[in-house]
Design a protein around this ligand. Structure first.
Ligand code: NCD
Length: 355
């Protein structure tokens, strides 16, 4: 593959950098490496998406879901990428991200294979993660990765883009770092609910420190005007310093609160689960989280036209008794994930114009 240059201004040949040097570059300097003619090719970070791409993806997802309603439309969609194969490498638990990606592939005719744990791959025999990725690359045209290692999706793209047959890599959740396609479906859901994303107040609640959906959604919302985010959590689960730094330089206005009642101003209430899989010393168990659970009594505080979202899976922070409230949109949000992921695949493989 031809060496990808940073831009005319820079003359660093990204292929000549070591992984550590490459990885340390800010996204603005390396995003060209994850593009092809000149689209997003590897989907790794929410920061790769600008407003134009987002609008295109949202329109495309709307078209796909309409087409998919009839057999004729679905048959046509299934022809588009019937010559492609994907490997879903999910080394962390997943229900909806896995199934929605798998079904997104199937809607476009992409055949799928999967590895759902490191115990089931040759990593269990001591193979390096890098060699495992190279092996998947030998057989398929797309790799979708969820892994507890926050950097492996990027590293996979770095390795595979330097082979003679680059294929797209999609990050389906990278440790506590990023979950860009979750952010796509979150913003798509907001857009469908309100018709626009600008001028919205969002309350994000729960494990803001380790929630990868919180980070990716924050990055994506920076594409919109007049956004306010109110981050609500206990002191020990506040957003990390680097996200505060990002926000200070961003277009987003934000506040931090330890009072769930501050949801009363929100247009969107975005709840998250405590990510205790990342606990080092059982720190989640040391805190009483119940003050950050949405309870039925909170519903009367909420604006009539607000919406309640959650990336799911949920625990006590979102009791089932909320499900009947018309503002509860998380089941629609979940289904939106399949359509926006289908749109993303169509965009990456450049069949969007045929839809
Ligand atoms: C989220 C994740 O995996 O980060 N789930 C998902 O992809 N829908 C949120 C979570 O697990 O809490």
């Amino acid at each position: 593959m031809p060496a990808k240059k940073l831009s005319q201004k820079h003359s660093i040949d990204l292929n000549k950098l070591s992984w550590n040097d490459f990885h340390a570059l800010p996204l603005t300097d390396k995003s060209a490496f994850f593009k092809k003619d000149p689209r997003v090719f590897d989907c790794l970070f929410a920061g790769q998406f600008d407003k134009d791409i987002l609008n295109d993806l949202f329109k495309l997802a709307d078209k796909i879901r309409t087409k998919a309603q009839t057999k004729r439309g679905l048959d046509k969609l299934q022809q588009l990428l019937s010559h492609k194969r994907a490997c879903l490498y999910f080394a962390q638990p997943s229900t909806r991200t896995f199934l929605s990606f798998q079904n997104a592939c199937h809607i476009l005719g992409i055949k799928t294979s999967d590895i759902r744990s490191t115990a089931a791959s040759s990593e269990a025999k001591g193979e390096s993660l890098e060699d495992t990725i190279r092996t998947m690359h030998s057989y398929v045209d797309l790799i979708i990765i969820r892994h507890s290692n926050p950097y492996i999706a990027e590293k996979a793209a770095w390795i595979i883009n330097q082979t003679e047959r680059p294929i797209p890599i999609i990050n389906a959740g990278s440790g506590p770092q990023e979950h860009p396609t979750q952010a796509l479906l979150d913003v798509y859901t907001i857009k469908r609910a309100f018709g626009r994303v600008n001028d919205k107040k969002i309350a994000m609640i729960g494990d803001l420190k380790r929630g990868r959906t919180i980070r990716s959604l924050t990055y994506l919302l920076n594409n919109y005007k007049n956004i306010h985010i109110n981050y609500i959590s206990t002191d020990s689960f506040k957003i990390p310093d680097d996200l505060v730094e990002f926000l200070d330089k961003s277009n987003i206005s934000y506040s931090q609160s330890d009072n769930i009642e501050s949801i009363k101003d929100a247009d969107i209430v975005y709840l998250t689960r405590i990510q205790d899989e990342y606990d080092v010393n059982n720190e989640s168990k040391l805190v009483d989280h119940s003050n950050y659970w949405l309870k039925k009594e909170h519903l009367k505080l909420l604006k009539k036209d607000s919406i309640i979202l959650h990336p799911l899976p949920r625990r006590n922070e979102l009791p089932e008794e909320i499900d009947d409230d018309p503002r509860a949109l998380y089941w629609q949000q979940e289904r939106n994930g399949m359509w926006i992921r289908t749109a993303l695949l169509a965009y990456i493989f450049k069949v969007d114009k045929a839809i």
